[in-house]
Design a protein around this ligand. Structure first.
Ligand code: EPU
Length: 338
């Protein structure tokens, strides 16, 4: 267990916002949890489990414990014609894991390529992109219950996955995810229906047979075409969830704005792209000091350099108000705010 007091967090969040944590505690193995729970320095303090910091907005110093699991390792548990089972520890880079799986020809993870963050954070918000969500490939999530220190295992149903949501997201600070077990169909069933993906495949030099590696390459090209690389420009991906609205509100908005995209959702509901609502309110490319809205994608807030978390949050509030006033739709922020 490594403990740093008054730890600077700028390099621990992909917005690159400057802030300190009272304690930054790194665990190299799940066995270290017992010592952590017994350490009186940490008792009674708020606790936040930090993965890659790619879904986090720090609006000030954190007067608690940032707990960083750095559990490493990935393995093939079983490989049969019909099914491949993989296990990855929480501290592994998500995209490093996807790359490793795809390089071995395993299919099912390729549409989730190039998403920043760690394996342990992926189930928390049920990461999803280009027609695939984490819940489609998860068999089991292994965790430690921080209220008791006991090891717990969640089946996919136990995880209560929903759009950008899970039992872990709804119980912040309760569980420390240690590893994820994946179950992939042995047969490659490419999902290429998302706009932009077929064109990116067609543009590839390599015209060999379609493979998970080629799909991964196409997905990365689509992502990098519109989403900024956090290593270059601070951001946390989508800042808002795509709102679910009643079908009747969607119908009446569609009557007024014929070009508005609407996606089907659960009975009686419809999903509207938040990016479209934000762009209509004139925020695409907007900038207030160093806090801004990405010029290529209206759903991504960016830090051009020295923006504080409070400034980024103020911009988010301004956007929410504008969308509420114009469309009567409530936008829900996606990143955790501390
Ligand atoms: N659009 C605009 N203006 C823009 C960008 C998009 O009007 O500036 C409209 C277009 O009509 C477009 C639609 O919004 O067709 C959807 O845009 P996009 O395909 O880029 O997807 P998204 O709904 O904005 C979601 C996820 C992304 C994920 C992509 C691809 C959420 C909150 N975001 O974005 O996830 O990569 O789909 O599947 O669901 C993330 O969570 O950080 C993230 C990047």
């Amino acid at each position: 267990m490594r403990v740093v007091e008054h730890a600077p967090l700028q390099s621990f969040n992909t917005f690159h916002v400057a802030a300190n944590a009272r304690y930054l505690v790194t665990l190299e193995s799940p066995d270290e949890l017992t010592a952590f729970l017994a350490d009186s320095r940490f008792s009674g303090l708020p606790l936040f489990v930090l993965g890659g910091g790619s879904n986090l907005l720090l609006t000030g110093d954190f007067a608690g414990v940032m707990l960083c699991p750095r559990f490493m390792g990935r393995e093939v548990l079983s490989q049969e014609v019909e099914r491949v089972r993989l296990r990855a520890c929480a501290g592994e880079s998500w995209d490093g894991f996807v790359d490793w799986a795809v390089a071995q020809g395993f299919a099912g993870l390729e549409n989730l390529s190039c998403i920043p963050g760690h394996v342990g954070a992926a189930p928390v918000q049920n990461i999803g992109a280009y027609g695939v969500e984490l819940q489609d490939v998860v068999e089991r999530v292994e965790a430690l219950d921080l209220s008791t220190g006991a090891a717990v295992s969640f089946t996919r149903d136990d995880c209560q996955f929903a759009y950008r949501d899970s039992v872990f997201k709804r119980n912040p600070g309760r569980y420390l995810i240690t590893a994820v077990v994946f179950s992939l169909a042995g047969k490659f069933a490419p999902r290429l229906d998302y706009p932009g993906v077929p064109a990116a495949l067609a543009a590839q030099q390599d015209e060999g047979p379609l493979s998970p590696a080629r799909v991964r390459q196409a997905i990365c090209a689509v992502r990098y075409g519109k989403l900024p690389d956090p290593a270059v420009l601070g951001n946390a991906g989508s800042f808002f969830k795509n709102p679910l609205v009643s079908q009747s509100l969607a119908d009446s908005l569609k009557g007024e704005y014929a070009s508005m995209p609407v996606y089907p959702a659960a009975a009686g509901l419809a999903k509207i792209p938040a990016a479209w609502l934000i762009e209509q309110c004139g925020f695409k490319g907007y900038r207030a000091g160093d806090a801004g809205v990405h010029e290529k994608h209206a759903l991504v807030l960016v830090n051009y350099g020295q923006a504080t978390g409070a400034e980024l949050w103020a911009l988010a509030e301004k956007i929410r108000l504008a969308v509420r006033q114009r469309f009567g739709v409530e936008l829900e922020p996606e990143p955790n705010r501390l």
